[in-house]
Write a protein that binds this ligand. Structure first.
Ligand code: PGA
Length: 258
């Protein structure tokens, strides 16, 4: 964590809590916000909850994210949702390129770059996800793979002035209970920071690089304590306000230098 960047703690609810349970969890996250001042909290519920959650979160500091978007403004794209629609229903953020999208729905590096561009052109802040598979890690290809994924949208984010986030999520750590150790995470985060700074020092400074993959209250401090880890993208543990809050508190303590 770096004193110049506010920690960002984001919850990716995936395909869970789409109805009243989602509104209940959003309400519980709203209660967390005043307890973790200095930390940016973002939640990404399913689409079906976004509009109602936006109304509930209005006037609070909890940011609302969608989990995906389609990179056209409107048109005959059955089943898809555009950046202007997300904006209209109260989102400030959108997750793009999550490994589950890449793996199951064919999101390529080029499509991810188009989604990042669409988000930015409508004032939505992207959380752009990158990360290697287990086979790629074991084959010593981690940095090559992650660099290729980052380079796909690097020009797009460099051209904007927005405070985008990149989430490094090793695929083998997502939902598996395995996390990258702090040193493994920091190695990739530092590399991403270097690629950003090769574009511009300002880009490297403004971009928050989140770690994701089985972040829990008991491993959060170690991961968030790494110099280039600016926050976390949390799946499973974000479905419970207690554990999500505990991770945010760990970030707050580190940010305050406690
Ligand atoms: P996890 O998911 O925390 O359940 O591993 C993280 C993510 O997929 O963003």
């Amino acid at each position: 964590m770096h004193p110049k960047r506010r920690p960002l703690i984001a919850g990716n609810w995936k395909m869970f809590k789409g109805g009243p349970a989602g509104l209940e969890l959003a309400g519980a996250c709203k209660e967390l916000a005043p307890k973790v001042r200095g930390v940016d909290l973002v939640i990404a519920p399913p689409f079906t909850v976004l509009a109602a959650a936006a109304a509930d979160l209005d006037g609070t500091t909890v940011g609302l994210a969608a989990q995906n978007l389609y990179p056209k403004d409107s048109g005959a794209f059955t089943g898809e949702i555009s950046a202007p629609m997300l904006k209209e229903c109260g989102c400030a953020w959108v997750i793009v390129g999550h490994s589950e999208r890449r793996q199951y729905f064919g999101d390529t590096d080029a499509l991810v770059a188009d989604k990042v561009a669409a988000a930015l052109s409508h004032d939505l802040l992207p959380i752009a996800c990158v990360g290697e598979t287990l086979a790629q890690r074991e084959g010593g290809e981690t940095l090559r793979v992650v660099k290729q994924q980052v380079e796909a949208f690097l020009d797009v984010i460099a051209q904007s002035k927005a405070a985008v986030a990149i989430a490094y999520e090793p695929v083998w750590a997502i939902g598996t209970g395995k996390t990258a150790g702090p040193a493994e995470a920091e190695e990739v985060h530092a590399a991403i920071r270097t690629w950003l700074s090769n574009k511009s020092a300002e880009l490297a400074e403004r971009t928050r690089i989140l770690y994701g993959g089985s972040v829990k209250p008991d491993n959060a401090e170690g991961l968030l304590g790494c110099p280039n880890v600016d926050g976390a993208l949390i799946g499973g543990a974000s479905l419970d306000a207690g554990s999500f809050g505990a991770i945010a508190e760990a970030a707050q303590k580190l940010a305050q230098g406690k």
